[in-house]
Design a protein around this ligand. Structure first.
Ligand code: URA
Length: 422
């Protein structure tokens, strides 16, 4: 076997066997296949795609390129989001689901997004430990029902190396490569029950519904082929989720949600995802699970579990810092808000210092933007639209105003949950 013949084969539209795919992944990992050769191969996949069987095989090969986490705890649940602006879902969802006696052992990323990843956000809670030994992790999951840390162990090294190359060769958007990348990592973290929040829209990995459905179906097939309970929830990411876009301000919004005072969209999402996870893990109907998730949000049990979890990881929620400087932007127009460009809001939050452009950038956990309104709201001239919390770096009023569009006609609130594929 050699890489040139295999690239040639793919170019002719022929399928590769599992052995051939394994040859490529193994030899790329050990350095025999060079970046430029792998880049040519990934480009072929990006253009011509893989068959379903090839994608399932590639996922399995990537999965077995490193350790697979086995905590010896049955029936764990896990959730993954493809990422969006203002996405603080995990911080409210994980304790809600754990409060229903579903065990969660979650690893999250720092991310190169417009704001930090879940782990960065949680670091705005003073003292919160984002790493621990495997034994501590396991004990906490058993005792508290929930532990959440940064990446640990050598899980899916093939994805790390291939993803870094995809990032600089314009091959991140291949549906087959996204499916195998996400699913190899989910499978490696060992949970039996998996929910994927697949965001669609301007601030998301996938912008169009057809592509999102293809990706969702593929991930569900890979999950099932690996004996997992899996559901993929397609959710709207044209406007930011909730009102807060930053790090510490997102944690505060997640806490408000657990106290029953959160934004409507985030609250509904957390209830729906939570119910799907509980229904799979406890083997109860979705209706029964919905009833239980709503109950635990309103009776304080989800918030209690959150406090227990944060304390177990050394955090103190009394002292979450927000930048001292703020500027509130008011509307120069009147009408219904037609759109709030999630991607542009995300970029502005990053300009304030809330996110990274490269992996070594330091982020400012205290800055960000809090919207005062959502799409569909009616706004009068001089009504408040958003508040900017900033330190050294600031953005202009004009930049923020350009994220909003208005219309005289009534605008329906966008549907947050577009579809569920399982
Ligand atoms: N997130 C991943 O983990 N992998 C991809 O390929 C894209 C998004």
């Amino acid at each position: 076997m050699n890489i040139l013949d295999l690239i040639d084969k793919k170019e002719k539209g022929e399928k590769l066997t599992k052995e051939q795919l394994k040859y490529i992944v193994d030899n790329y990992l050990n350095g025999t296949i060079k970046d430029y050769q792998m880049s040519a191969f990934l480009t072929e996949i990006d253009i011509l795609g893989l068959s379903e069987e090839e994608t399932i095989n590639l996922t399995d090969i990537m999965l077995h390129s490193g350790e697979i986490l086995n905590l010896g705890i049955d029936n764990l649940a896990d959730k993954h989001s493809t990422g969006g602006v203002g996405d603080k879902t995990t911080i409210a969802l994980a304790p809600l689901v754990a409060s229903l006696n579903v065990k969660i052992a979650k690893m999250s990323g720092r991310g190169l997004g417009h704001t930090g990843g879940t782990i960065d956000k949680l670091e705005s809670i003073q003292g919160f430990k984002t790493s621990m030994s495997l034994d501590e992790f396991k004990n906490q999951v058993n005792e508290v029902g929930l532990a959440l840390v940064g990446q640990m162990g050598n899980l899916v090294p093939a994805d790390k190396k291939i993803y870094a190359l995809r990032d600089v060769t314009g091959t991140v958007d291949s549906i087959d490569l996204i499916a195998s990348s996400i699913m190899s990592k989910k499978l490696a973290s060992g949970a039996k029950n998996i929910v994927i929040d697949l965001k669609i829209g301007s601030g998301a990995l996938v912008e169009n519904l057809e592509e999102a459905k293809t990706l969702a179906n593929l991930m569900v097939k890979i999950g099932k082929a690996n004996n997992k309970n899996i559901a993929c929830v397609l959710t709207n990411m044209d406007e930011p989720l909730g009102y807060a876009v930053g790090n510490s301000i997102e944690v505060i919004e997640a806490i408000d949600t657990l106290k029953g005072k959160g934004p409507e969209d985030l609250t509904n999402l957390v209830i729906k995802l939570g119910a799907i996870m509980a229904s799979m893990s406890l083997n109860i109907t979705l209706d029964k699970a919905l009833e239980k998730t709503k109950e635990n949000l309103s009776n304080g049990k989800a918030y209690q579990k959150f406090q227990e979890w944060i304390k177990a990881q050394g955090g103190d929620i009394k002292n979450i810092q927000i930048a001292k400087n703020s500027q509130t932007i008011t509307s120069k127009k009147e009408g219904y808000i037609k759109s709030i460009n999630a991607l542009e809001i995300g970029k502005l939050a990053r300009k304030l210092g809330a996110g990274r452009l490269s992996k070594d950038d330091k982020i400012d956990l205290t800055v960000g933007i809090i919207l005062k309104h959502k799409v569909g709201d009616y706004i009068k001239k001089n009504d408040e639209l958003a508040t900017i919390f900033y330190n050294e770096k600031q953005i202009t009023e004009k930049q923020l105003l350009s994220c909003f569009t208005f219309t005289e006609e009534k605008v329906e609130k966008p549907k947050l949950i577009i579809d569920i594929i399982k």
